[in-house]
Design a protein around this ligand. Structure first.
Ligand code: SF4
Length: 392
């Protein structure tokens, strides 16, 4: 079996008010923090041994360490995880990405990444403006962001990615475009530009409801995102996925594997794994409980506490379309037909005919064009309605 590997580091130094990902606060220093990180790192290495052995993986094509905030593990903690993986695999992955937040980046951390074979650095900048950052309680300062960009430019000149957000409080189109100018001038070859989603249970949603924090109205937020998209494409980064932009050749291979619905294994609290049986088009998804305490109490035998979901053929078929059409390359047709023994054209002929006629599909491949990607949700609604009308 071939599978990519994702490692979830469930720690943050503070919680951003918009975030509903699973992560636990960890003090930035002190005995308590280092004991916790040591114990976590030890169990993570145990879990890595177990999955590599259980799935007979002597190599993985791509590795992504995300979170949370992986850089909270510090230079030693991350070096330990990377060294452990290197000793357990016959071949180092073709692409290794580690996420880091600007305030925890320094020269020694990035030098260690380079020494250990990390190819891509992904910086969680989100905004280079103080007011939007403060309004959502984003940790770190603008000065730290610029310092991290400078280090990335120097130490990861060929492949670093930046996460940005659109629709933040007090953000303007001009402000986002200025941020984009700065990060591209620093040499970022990949940018993820996400729209802020107001999740009901987050502190930001409460602050917006109580009138403490104003959010740009929906249309204005969309205009800000579109202005960012235009700025990125004008500067040569092409939108290869709904929210992801890259210089040609610098797409995230790891994420491309997700969007093609290839197997992946996730380790760490909250991480999920999806394993597909190619011949039947069915699969299984395991999700480690998003609970640090449960993970830390795990004995190291078997797997950490996790839930299991069986993916039947129709579920997987829909997921494959949903993920595949997110990208400018569309679903992998060969992989799709091999799995489901049916072509995409035979499953949703009407939807494809209508969207092609309207000019939102590409001529040479089964994929949305850049204008079509902006209407992805409507396209998927049509796909699923047609699938359901055909009994799927
Ligand atoms: S740093 Fe990332 S994971 Fe942590 S709270 Fe902020 S957005 Fe969420």
């Amino acid at each position: 079996m071939t599978a990519s590997l994702y490692i979830h580091i469930p720690f943050c130094v503070s919680h951003c008010d918009y975030c509903d990902f699973y992560s636990e606060l960890v003090p930035s220093r002190g005995r308590g923090a280092s004991d916790l990180i040591d114990r976590f790192t030890h169990l993570l290495c145990t879990e890595l041994d177990i999955v590599l052995d259980r799935y007979a993986l002597d190599m993985v094509p791509t590795l992504y360490i995300g979170g949370g905030t992986p850089s909270v593990l510090g230079r030693n903690g991350l070096a330990k995880v990377l060294d452990h993986l290197a000793s357990g695999m016959n071949r180092w992955p073709d692409e290794v990405t580690v996420e880091a937040n600007p305030e925890s980046v320094d020269e020694s951390l990035l030098m260690m990444f380079k020494d250990r074979g990390v190819h891509r650095l992904s910086l969680g900048i989100q905004s280079l403006q103080e007011a939007p950052r403060r309004a959502v309680n984003r940790s770190g300062t603008v000065v730290q962001c610029f310092a991290a960009l400078e280090l990335a430019e120097r130490l990861f000149p060929e492949a670093f990615s930046v996460d940005l957000m659109a629709g933040l409080p007090f953000q303007t189109q001009a402000g986002l475009c200025k941020d984009i100018d700065h990060i591209l001038a620093a040499g970022a070859t990949h940018v993820s530009l996400y729209s802020l989603i107001l999740e009901e249970t987050t502190p930001l949603a409460r602050n917006v409801r109580s009138g403490k924090i104003p959010l740009p109205p929906e249309e204005e937020a969309e205009e800000i995102w579109l202005a960012g998209r235009a700025a990125l494409t004008m500067k040569g980064l092409f939108p290869y996925e709904v929210s992801n932009f890259a210089q040609p050749g610098y797409e995230s291979r790891h994420n491309m594997r997700y969007w093609r619905m290839e197997n992946w294994i996730g380790c760490g609290p909250g991480a999920s794994s999806t394993i597909i049986t190619e011949t039947t088009g069915t699969g299984i998804r395991y999700t480690n409980r998003p609970n640090l305490e449960a993970y830390l109490s795990w004995s190291g035998d078997g797997f950490p506490p996790r839930d299991e979901e069986v993916l039947d053929r129709d579920t997987l078929l829909k997921e494959s379309l949903m993920m595949g059409f997110r990208t400018i390359y569309g679903p992998d047709e060969q992989l799709f037909e091999g799995r489901f023994h049916q072509s995409i054209e035979s499953l949703i002929p009407e939807t494809l005919r209508i969207w092609k006629h309207q000019g939102f599909l590409q001529d040479r491949r089964l994929a949305l064009n850049p204008e079509g990607l902006l209407l992805l949700n409507s396209f998927l609604v049509d796909c699923f309605q047609e699938l359901e009308s055909r009994g799927h």
